[in-house]
Design a protein around this ligand. Structure first.
Ligand code: WTA
Length: 646
């Protein structure tokens, strides 16, 4: 293999780095050799009500399966993100909120103001009956109140479950019911790219399918006209009148749940990933500081949505635990025009920017001019997350956006891992476009072959993590057995990531993408089974099989094979209907790029759909279909090839 392109750590970065190459080796070495003392020392970065004396206590083996971190410690996550900064940073800006429309006003909150807002929100929740351990669903636009809501739950020990505002009423209802959430926090509507998202109306529709729902707290964000149901719906601004501006922070065990976040897997409905308090906060705070070389006073912008894990860990918990000034953006990257991100960077003098490859590819398509007409001189570090970054987008980010000055921090991680797992540190690691480079302290990655043998040196295979780390998820809500089966049964004693990876001769990791039936659409996970279930709910559909295929901007697009019920006529109209149907069932992120009507699907004699073949046909690569001898009816394939959708 040719020597990969390499961008060595600059002299300036060698000098200024918090952690240089030698520093990383020491840090990482200690974390693996003596995790107990390493993590107890790291735990000092948090404010504990009772300081822990034990670090990790875990086993990935079936007989003794358990994962605990700092189990004898007590703390409150919101107090760590707010209260402990008040003495030294009370007047520092915590949140700069940039609205969707650049003509609207920016809102800012100091840490002291954040304290007041979160306490007030917490008191409103209490007033509505929310107690420690209750589940609270948050279905919000990207407004400061979304962050207040998360932190208010954390303050009183309620477990939040954020549902991305782009999900449909059906998807929302499923998540409310799964975790028995009697409370929903929403807004009248959200704004995105100049359009209104009818959040409250969606909640009304979801409520019909979620009898468990008792109270809906509605933030007035846009003034949109909504119906309020007596006894169920409460305006936040009305409930907040007269509540106290202080609310004591509940003392929580380190292992008490902090939140549930639903994510797609290869089978079944989305799983409620559960994160707990102490280990998660430590992990997000440490990785935020290391990966971005975060310094006191930096203006930091993570352009994700709070509905995804990136928003939880790197808009709210990690940066606020570190006392950072966080930019929160309501809108999308390319509205009103494709210069918007760079204008926001200049407007707020952003030092650290964290975004996704799909956004970069979309902006790249509009050329360099929208970037070049802005200064961007404040930028120091550029991060990326969500999917493998193609070298072309990496170089554009580095050369055009960063003017060749800013290291690109390609962070590989998952909803399940809580925070960054493999990522370069700006002052420590030479960069290679497309490589996430090295593991974070405490992360022990291994590459295995299909039989579970550990491969050493340069190798390619399935990526597992051999040891627990503090930010690891603790269970699937209500289904501990599924947690074990999904992540620890494939390779006994190890956490299986479902990603493939390659390690090069230097020891750097390159993530190659999912090895299961999860499609990565614009950095968002979509289970093929979920889209298939949505399709077969339609009265015309007998069977569906969904695969991913490469997409220039989205990374992967959804390609659906649909077998219609007998007597139903295939037509372009029906195709459009089915696309809309899936959007209504799940949400716009599940929009199929292509639907191919297929009289029958390629199956093995035991009835298993051969997705490998369907993927090849969707990609238009029919020269190497591999072994088709196990197919029940080989003619099916010819028909599919002839009718493939370009
Ligand atoms: C993919 C997002 C390559 C990967 C934080 C993983 C990546 C899935 C990267 C998790 C990256 C995320 N390079 N692939 N830097 N970051 N992925 O749970 O396939 O939404 O398993 O978490 O995204 O997606 P999730």
């Amino acid at each position: 293999m040719a020597e990969p392109e390499r961008y060595p750590v600059s002299d300036e970065w060698k000098k200024r780095a918090r952690v240089d190459a030698g520093g990383y080796e020491t840090l990482y070495g200690r974390s693996i050799a003596d995790p107990g003392s390493f993590w107890l020392e790291q735990a000092r970065r948090l404010d504990w009500i009772k300081r822990p004396e034990i670090a990790g206590d875990w086993s990935f083996d079936e007989a003794d399966f358990h994962i605990e971190w700092f189990a004898d410690g007590k703390l409150n996550v919101a107090a760590n993100c707010i209260d402990r900064h008040l003495a030294t940073r009370g007047d520092t800006t915590a949140i700069i909120w940039e609205p969707d429309d650049p003509k609207d006003s920016v809102r800012t909150y100091t840490y002291r103001e954040l304290h007041r807002e979160v306490c007030r929100f917490a008191n409103v929740l209490k007033g509505q009956g929310v107690q420690k351990g209750d589940r609270v669903t948050i279905y919000m636009p990207m407004i400061p109140e979304a962050a207040f809501a998360l932190l208010a739950c954390a303050r009183i020990g309620a477990i939040h479950s954020v549902v991305f505002g782009g999900f449909s009423p059906d998807a929302l209802a499923g998540r409310i019911v799964d975790c028995d959430s009697a409370y929903v926090i929403t807004a009248d509507a959200g704004r995105r790219a100049g359009k209104m998202v009818p959040l409250k109306t969606n909640v009304d529709k979801a409520a019909d399918q979620a009898p468990v729902l008792k109270k809906v707290i509605v933030v007035q964000a846009t003034g949109a006209d909504v119906t309020m149901k007596d006894g169920r719906d409460v305006w936040y601004h009305e409930a907040a009148q007269g509540v106290g501006e202080d609310c004591p922070a509940e003392a929580m065990d380190a292992e008490d749940p902090l939140f549930i976040l639903y994510t797609s897997g290869s089978t079944g409905k989305p799983k409620g990933v559960l994160h707990t308090s102490g280990g998660y906060l430590l992990w997000t705070s440490l990785t935020h500081e290391l990966a971005f070389d975060y310094r006191e006073g930096d203006v930091y912008w993570c352009a994700a949505d709070i509905g995804w894990i990136t928003g939880h860990s790197y808009i709210v918990y990690g940066p606020l635990a570190n006392g950072a000034t966080v930019v929160m953006y309501e809108g999308v990257p390319n509205w009103p025009d494709s210069s918007r991100i760079w204008q926001v960077v200049d407007k707020h003098q952003v030092n650290i920017l964290y975004t996704a490859p799909t956004a970069l590819r979309a902006l790249m398509a509009d050329g360099d001019e929208p970037v070049k007409k802005t200064s961007r001189a404040s930028l120091r570090v550029l991060g990326t997350v969500g999917e493998p970054i193609n070298p072309e987008a990496w170089r554009w980010y580095y050369n055009v956006v960063g003017d060749g000055r800013c290291p690109i921090i390609d962070t590989w991680w998952q909803t399940e891992t809580g925070g960054h797992m493999i990522a370069p540190l700006p002052g420590a690691h030479d960069l290679k476009p497309g490589s996430a480079t090295r593991p974070m302290p405490g992360v022990d990655p291994q590459i295995l072959d299909a039989d579970g043998n550990v491969l050493t040196g340069a190798a390619q295979g399935n990526l597992v993590i051999a040891k627990s780390w503090p930010g690891q998820m603790r269970t699937v809500w209500n289904d501990h057995e599924r947690f074990f089966q999904t992540y620890f049964s494939t390779y006994p004693g190890k956490y299986f990531t479902s990603d493939g990876a390659r390690r090069d001769a230097d020891g750097d990791y390159w993530i190659t993408g999912r090895v299961d039936d999860v499609i990565n659409v614009s950095g968002h996970r979509m289970g093929t089974a979920e889209v298939e279930s949505a399709l077969v709910l339609h009265e015309s559909v007998a069977e569906a099989a969904v695969v991913g295929r490469p997409h220039e901007v989205k990374g992967q697009g959804i390609y659906a094979y649909v077998t219609l019920n007998s007597g139903v006529e295939a037509s372009d109209d029906l195709r459009r209907t089915l696309v809309q149907w899936v959007r209504d069932e799940i949400g716009p992120i599940a929009t199929p790029e292509a639907i191919q009507f297929a009289p029958s699907l390629p199956k093995t004699r035991s009835g298993k759909i051969m997705r490998r073949i369907l993927r090849k046909i969707a990609e238009g690569d029919t020269s190497s279909l591999g072994d088709t001898s196990t197919l029940a009816d080989p003619d099916v394939v010819d028909h599919l090839i002839e009718n493939g959708v370009a």
